[in-house]
Design a protein around this ligand. Sequence first.
Ligand code: SF4
Length: 234
Amino acid sequence: MIYKSFGIFSIPPKISYWSDYFSGKAEEFAISLNDAVFFICMSELNVLKEQYSVCDKCSELTSHRSQVVFGSRHMKECPIMIIGEAPGKKEDEIGEPFVGKSGEILNQLLDEIGLNRGDVFITNTILCRPPENRNPKQDELKNCRNRLDKTVEMINPKVIITLGNFSTQYILDTKEGITKLRGKIYSKNGRKVLPMPHPAVLLYNGMSESILNGFREDFKVLKGVLEEKTMGDY
Ligand code: SF4
C-alpha cells in the first residue's frame, strides 16, 4: 500500500540497481529497492513536516505556539506509533513530544520490554500547543486530521498506542473511558490500536506501584502484539 501511495513505480531505480539485476543479483536488487522505498517514504515525511512547520489553519493556536511540534526527531518507519493529545509547555519550548518526566516514564516502560525511543514514533492529535493546555477543539482536530492520517501511513506502524482519554476517544471514535478500554487491542482502519492511560497519571499519584504495575501489564500486551508472527510483520 505504502509503495503505491508514494508513486514508487513511477520513479526510475538507479542505473546500478538495473545492472545488478541483469548480472543475476536479484536479491541485492530487492534489498536496494527496499532501501529506495524507505528513503522515498521518509523524504515524503520530511516534506509533510516542512509543510506543517508554517501551518496557520488554527488561528488561536498559531498566535500562541512557539513552534509546531511535528513528532519524534527521527523520521523513520517504526513498529510502534504513539498518539498523544497535544504538545504541552515543555514540548512547545523544545519542539519534541514527550520530553520531561512523562517522557522519562515512557522510556523506562519501553526499556523494561527491551525497546527504546528509536522504536517509537510519537506525535499528537494536533501539532500546536493549546493555550492553558486546554483540550483541542473540534475544528482544530479537523484541520490537523489529514496530517495525522498521512503520518500514520508513512510511519506504517504495527501498532498504534493512544495515550490518555482524549486521544483514545478521538482515534477510536468512542465515548468509553480509558479505564475500560486499556489493555485490549482494537482495530481502526485496518490497524491495531492499543489504548493506555497518560503516563502523567503516575506523576499525579506519587509514582504509585499499583498504577505502575497497570502500565507494565499494558506494555506486556504491546510486547505480545509485536511478537505476533503474521504476514507483513517487522
Ligand atoms: S494544530 Fe495542526 S492544523 Fe492547526 S495550526 Fe497547528 S499544525 Fe496547523
